[in-house]
Design a protein around this ligand. Structure first.
Ligand code: SAH
Length: 353
């Protein structure tokens, strides 16, 4: 039975489902889920992420995390973790760049839901000793240096439309045998009380509960044991409106078309992540555009050094990659970076409180 048929059967039996339920099934269903069945990255896939554009992205993050470790007094036993590592490219580049600080010898842990991508990560990182865990709580009791790139945007969101002082949840049902969006009953939603300030009747807001839970867990670990997190994603402070989208072969497609075959994402609301960090007893940086962050870490010097050994189309590709990562009209502004660190320590380089 296809995923579409399974979803229709579920809706026929139990009624319309939330956007979050639909997203979870489409992305992570063990047999038909998007991440469970394919390697979606790169030119031949559906989208390209920063580490797949250039090795410089991971190199800057490797130096940033190793410097943060030095700034915190170079603790002996530490964990280096990544959420949603994709092909493992970012971690490979981080570990190569971090060799500039030879005493930094972290225990590397990856948190990955897709069994298929775990095998891809094992191949990319074959030269390293790696552990996979399911949850932040399974990480060792030690200082935690964590990175996540385009992880939070893949977590399931719920969507609500304002109706007076209440909210109606957007639900996915079946009409004339096709999936369609509808509205649930108007209800109070205490978690959305603060959104009554900046919305009007009919506005849509999104809520990503797993992002809050995960950020609280990692922040709690960092507050307790030390370390830092660098979270990179597309989005902004307090998102408003419907940001849910599907991508297939580098072009947008309707979110309800062919479930399980397109990448589904939503903008990350960094205010929610910041609040989760604060509640867990850690501090967070202000959000910094990716281009500014990478420039502060010295990506242009690195780009010039690498350019010395390149010519012709390789050089053109390298220059285009640098521009793509940093230019405000490309990824430089859309993507934001937020740091999380223990209270009374400095933020990772490139980020400010
Ligand atoms: N960071 C990578 C990949 C981003 S795609 C890069 O920049 O290229 C999102 C990644 O998160 C994939 O590896 C996907 O399988 C993983 N993922 C999605 N939802 C997850 C969840 N709930 N728990 C763990 N990993 C998840």
């Amino acid at each position: 039975m296809s995923l579409l048929a399974q979803l229709k059967a579920r809706i026929a039996a139990d009624g319309p489902i939330s956007v979050a339920d639909y997203m979870s099934e489409c992305l992570l269903h063990p047999d038909y889920g998007y991440y469970a069945t394919r390697d979606p990255f790169g030119q031949l896939g559906d989208f390209t992420t920063a580490p797949e554009i250039s090795q410089m992205f991971g190199e800057m993050l490797g130096l940033c995390l190793a410097q943060t470790w030095l700034d915190q007094g170079a603790p002996e036993t530490v964990t280096l973790a990544e959420l949603g590592p994709g092909r493992g490219t970012l971690m490979r580049d981080i570990l190569r760049a971090a060799r500039a600080v030879p005493a930094f010898k972290p225990h590397v842990c990856l948190i990955e839901a897709s069994a298929h991508l775990r095998t891809v990560q094992a191949e990319t990182l074959a030269d390293h000793d790696i552990t996979w865990v399911d949850h932040i709580d399974d990480l060792p009791p030690a200082p935690l240096f964590l990175v996540a790139n385009e992880f939070f945007d893949a977590l399931p969101i719920r969507q609500f439309q304002r109706d007076g002082a209440s909210w109606r949840e957007i639900r996915i049902g079946v009409q004339d045998d096709v999936l369609s969006r509808g509205l649930g009953q108007a209800q109070g939603q205490p978690v959305l009380d603060h959104r009554l300030e900046d919305t009007q009747d009919g506005d849509i807001v999104e809520l990503c509960t797993p992002a809050i839970t995960i950020t609280q867990a990692l922040s709690h670990k960092i507050a307790q044991y030390g370390g830092a997190a660098v979270l990179i994603d597309y989005g902004d402070w307090r998102s408003l409106g419907d940001t849910w989208q599907a991508m297939k072969r580098h072009a947008p497609v309707p979110v309800l078309d062919a479930p399980g075959t397109a990448d589904l994402t939503a903008h990350v609301d960094f205010e929610c992540l910041a609040e989760a960090a604060r509640i867990a007893g850690a501090q967070h940086s202000r959000i910094t555009p990716q281009g500014v962050f990478l420039e502060r870490l010295g990506i242009t010097d690195r780009a010039q050094a690498l350019a010395q050994n390149l010519a012709d189309t390789d050089l053109d590709g390298h220059i285009a990659a640098h521009r793509r990562l940093t230019h405000p009209a490309e990824m430089g502004n859309l993507f934001k970076v937020m740091g999380i660190a223990p209270i009374n320590t400095s933020m990772p380089p490139g980020l400010e409180i």
